[in-house]
Design a protein around this ligand. Structure first.
Ligand code: HPA
Length: 271
């Protein structure tokens, strides 16, 4: 389980409003998905730069701040933007914001990302809830310990069942599948995409997995969603652009917002 005092030592100077906030859930909003914050009631925001110990994001679309908010009365901490392994941060550094959020003792961590789809039944513009992952980075945020952490159920089966039920009641198509995390920063080659399919992946991206590993090691329940922003390279013959990824994310954000609102209410309040 998490040890908040030990975690807090890593972040010795936290602005008071954030230090005293006790969110029920923490969320990481990935590329183009920041629009979810608009459906919440904002209480305060704190830039990552104002928290010594947190690395700063340099990617366009990753704003780099925490928002304290409520949604349907549930206190939430939103991480707007993350840092990536491909920016040159270590695996441990990319999970620093998760350790920070865990120090505020939320029960649940919701991770979101933009991903390329590898599964011909999962069209771009849709959402995939992660059932499991492939960590293809050859790195881990736990290097140095704890060792031999059990990973049989990274993505919480009970929360997934709740989100599945909410999606089907709301008539929203929510796929479930395996997310492959690659180091990036370049997109995949068609041969790499064939390999990823053969390995059993349904979507591919460059984030989330270190955060999920770190959060599980700290005892948080984790659920994660991929916004399927594009067909992975070679599927259609078209080239990929970061702009396309961001635009599709923006359009799809409202759908996830609705699912999260109902799912969080049920999973955490009615729980
Ligand atoms: N590949 C890797 N990462 C991504 C992709 C992709 O096709 N789309 C969005 N993030």
């Amino acid at each position: 389980m998490s040890e908040p005092s030990h975690l807090r030592a890593e972040f010795p100077a936290v602005p008071a409003e954030l230090a005293s906030f006790r969110p029920r859930a923490a969320l990481v909003l990935g590329s183009g998905l920041g629009g979810f914050a608009d459906s919440c009631e904002k209480l305060f925001e704190v830039s990552y730069a104002d928290i010594p110990g947190l690395p700063e994001s340099k990617v366009p679309g990753h704003a780099g701040k925490f928002i304290g908010a409520t949604l349907g009365g549930v206190p939430l901490l939103l991480a707007m933007g993350r840092v990536h392994y491909y920016e040159g941060h270590s695996a441990r550094q990319t999970a620093a914001h998760v350790r920070f959020m865990a120090s505020l003792e939320p029960q649940v961590l919701v991770l979101t990302n933009a991903a390329g789809t590898l599964n011909r039944d999962f069209a771009p513009g849709g959402w995939m809830m992660l059932s499991d992952h492939l960590n293809l980075t050859a790195a881990s945020p736990l290097a140095g310990g704890p060792n031999f952490f059990d990973m049989s159920e990274v993505y919480d089966a009970d929360l997934r069942a709740r989100f599945r039920a909410v999606a089907s009641e709301s008539g929203v198509s929510l796929h479930e599948g395996v997310y492959a995390c690659v180091p990036g920063p370049q997109y995949e080659t068609p041969a790499e995409v064939r390999m990823l399919r053969a390995l059993g992946a349904d979507a591919v991206g460059m984030s989330t997995v270190f955060e999920a590993i770190q959060a599980r090691a700290l005892g948080l329940r984790v659920v994660a969603f991929s916004c399927l922003t594009n067909w992975a390279a070679g599927v259609t013959g078209e080239t990929l652009s970061h702009h396309e990824v961001m635009e599709t994310g923006r359009r799809a954000a409202a759908v996830l917002g609705g699912l999260l609102e109902t799912g969080l209410r049920r999973g955490l309040v009615a729980g």
